[in-house]
Design a protein around this ligand. Structure first.
Ligand code: HEC
Ligand code: HEC
Length: 437
C-alpha cells in the first residue's frame, strides 16, 4: 500500500494539474473580482459624494420654500406708516401695555408671548374669557394677506383694532383706549411725532367707555356720539392700529437649519453642506416635494409654506356648540369692515386694494368650514395645531391627512387621502422640524 501510494497515478496528476490551474484561475478571478468590487466600492463612494442627493426638480422646489427667496416684507399701501420707525416704537409700547384692557391685566403680549414665539402654547387663547381659537404667531405676519383663521381682516393694522374691544380678549372700548393713550406722556409724545397734535379736546369730550362692540350700555353710549365725531375717533383709533402693524412688521422670520441647507447646498453648491440635514430630514424633504405622494405643496408652498388662501380640510365644526364655519363668515366680515382697504381710514388708492376687489365672493360650499392655510415654519414653537388647537403633535396632523373625516358635514372637504407608512410620517415630521430652528 505504501508503494502504491508513492506511485503517481497519471490521471490523478492530470487532475491535480487541472485543479492547480483552476485554482490559480479562480484565484486570479477572485483577485479580479476583488479589484472590480473595490473599484466599484470606490466608485460608489465617489458617486455618493458627487451624485446629488436631490434631483434638479427637488432642488427647485426646496429653493422655493426657503427664506432665500422671501425678500423684504411686501408693501402695505393701506398703511402709510407701515415702515415708520417711530410708529413701530409706539406700536411696540401699545403691544405690551396691559392697561389697554378692561381688567388692566391683558395685553397683546399676554397671548402673543415673545418667549413662546409670540404664541401662548394653549389649544384656545385665554384673555378675559376663553376664546374659540388657537393663537397664531405674529412673527412673519408682514407676509400674510388675510388675518385670522377665517381672514376676516385684510391688513395687519385693521386686525390690531379688534382685540382691544373683543369681549373675551381685552374687553376694552374705543374711547377708553384713546383716553389711556392721551393720558400717557410716552404714548402721547410718540403719537404726536407721527401724526402731529394729539386731539385732546376731542378725546376729553368723549364718554369714558363707549364703543360699537362693547357691553349694551357702552354700545348705547357710542351710538349717542355724532357720526362725524365717531369718524374722528376712528381716525385716531386706526392710527394706533397702524403703529402696531409697523411694530409687527419688524418681527421677521428667523433663518432655520433648512434655510441654511438650501443656501449652502443648493444655492452655493457646497457639497460639504449636504449633512446640514440628516438622512431622515432629507427623506422627509423629498416626500414633501412629491406632490403625487403627499399633496402638501398644493396648499403649503412658498417661503412661508402657505398659499395664503383658505381651504376646507374637514376641520370645520357644525354642531350647535362651538360651531366654527371659518371662511364663509370671514368673507362677509371683511367686506363689511369699515377699516378695510377700501374704507375711509385706509391710505390706499382703490386700485391698490386688489385682494378685496378681486375677492371671489361666490360663497362656494367648500368655504363652509375652510380655514386659512397656516405657515409650517416654527412648528415646534407653535403647538398645538389647527384653528382650535385640537392636534397636539405634528404626526397627529399628518394622520388627519392620511384619514380625513369621511362622514357627516366635515367630510365635505378637499382632501383625497394620502398613503404614508409610519416611517414616512417620521421623515416628514423630521423635515418639518428642520424648518423650526
Ligand atoms: C386673548 C388672547 C389674545 C390677545 C389678547 C390678542 N390676540 Fe391676537 N390672536 C389671538 C387669537 C386666538 C387669534 C386667532 C383668532 C381667530 O382667528 O379668530 C389671534 C390672531 C392675531 C393675528 C392674526 C395672525 C394670523 O395668522 O392671521 C394677529 C396679527 C394678532 N392676533 C395680533 C394681535 C394684537 C396686535 C393684539 C393686541 C392688540 C392681539 N393680537 C391680542 C389671541 C390673542
Ligand atoms: C387642501 C389644502 C391643504 C393640504 C393639501 C395640506 N394642508 Fe396642511 N393645512 C391646511 C389648512 C387649511 C390648515 C388649517 C386647518 C385648521 O386650522 O383647521 C392646515 C394645517 C396644517 C398644520 C397645522 C399648522 C398649525 O400651525 O396649526 C400642519 C402641521 C399641516 N397643515 C401640515 C400639512 C402637511 C404635512 C401636508 C401634506 C401631508 C398638508 N398640511 C397638506 C391646508 C392644507
Amino acid at each position: 500500500m505504501a508503494t502504491r501510494r508513492l506511485i503517481v497515478n497519471p490521471i490523478r496528476l492530470v487532475s491535480f494539474v487541472f485543479a492547480l490551474l483552476a485554482a490559480l484561475m479562480i484565484d486570479t478571478q477572485i483577485g479580479y473580482a476583488q479589484n472590480t468590487y473595490k473599484q466599484a466600492a470606490d466608485n460608489k463612494l465617489h458617486i455618493a459624494a458627487t451624485q446629488p442627493i436631490l434631483s434638479e426638480k427637488e432642488k427647485r422646489i426646496l429653493l422655493s420654500l426657503s427664506l432665500h427667496v422671501l425678500g423684504d416684507p411686501p408693501p402695505s399701501p393701506s398703511n402709510r406708516f407701515a415702515d415708520d420707525k417711530t410708529a413701530a416704537e409706539l406700536g411696540k409700547a401699545l403691544f405690551f401695555d396691559e392697561r389697554l384692557s378692561r381688567n388692566g391685566k391683558i395685553s397683546c403680549a399676554s397671548c402673543h408671548q415673545p418667549d413662546k414665539f409670540f404664541t401662548d402654547g394653549l389649544p384656545k387663547a385665554l384673555g378675559i374669557g376663553l376664546t374659540g381659537r388657537n393663537t397664531p404667531t405674529v412673527i412673519g405676519s408682514a407676509w400674510l394677506q388675510w388675518f385670522y383663521w377665517d381672514g376676516r381682516r385684510d391688513s395687519l393694522w385693521s386686525q390690531a383694532l379688534i382685540p382691544f374691544e373683543a369681549g373675551v380678549e381685552m374687553g376694552s372700548t374705543r374711547t377708553a383706549i384713546l383716553k389711556t393713550v392721551g393720558q400717557t406722556p410716552k404714548l402721547k409724545s410718540l403719537y404726536q411725532k407721527i401724526w402731529g397734535e394729539f386731539p385732546d379736546k376731542l378725546v376729553n369730550s368723549l364718554p369714558d367707555n363707549a364703543g360699537p362692540l362693547g357691553l349694551p350700555l357702552e354700545k348705547r353710549a357710542w351710538k349717542a356720539i355724532p357720526e362725524s365725531t365717531q369718524v374722528d375717533v376712528n381716525h385716531v383709533y386706526a392710527n394706533l392700529g397702524k403703529a402696531i402693524a409697523a411694530y409687527e412688521r419688524t418681527l421677521l422670520p428667523p433663518e432655520t437649519k433648512f434655510d441654511k441647507f438650501v443656501k449652502r447646498y443648493i444655492v452655493d453648491g457646497d457639497e460639504s453642506a449636504a449633512n446640514i440635514l440628516s438622512t431622515a430630514e432629507i427623506a422627509g424633504a423629498k416626500l414633501f416635494a412629491d406632490m403625487q405622494k403627499t399633496q402638501c405643496l398644493q396648499c403649503h408652498n412658498g417661503p412661508m409654506l402657505t398659499n395664503n388662501d383658505f381651504h376646507n380640510i374637514g376641520t370645520g365644526t357644525f354642531g350647535e356648540l362651538n360651531a366654527d364655519y371659518g371662511r364663509v363668515w370671514g368673507i362677509q366680515a371683511v367686506l363689511m369692515d369699515e377699516f378695510n382697504c377700501l374704507g375711509q381710514y385706509s391710505d390706499a388708492k382703490k386700485e391698490q386694494c386688489y385682494q378685496l376687489r378681486f375677492l371671489n365672493k361666490d360663497v362656494h360650499h367648500m368655504l363652509n368650514g375652510a380655514f386659512k392655510t397656516p405657515s409650517l415654519r416654527y412648528l415646534l414653537k407653535t403647538a398645538p395645531y389647527f384653528h382650535d388647537g385640537r392636534a397636539q403633535t405634528v404626526p397627529a396632523v399628518i394622520r388627519h391627512y392620511i384619514s380625513p373625516p369621511n362622514s357627516g358635514k366635515q367630510s365635505n372637504h378637499e382632501l383625497t387621502g394620502i398613503d404614508l407608512k409610519p416611517r414616512e410620517i417620521a421623515y416628514l415630521t423630521a423635515f418639518l422640524y428642520s424648518l423650526d430652528h
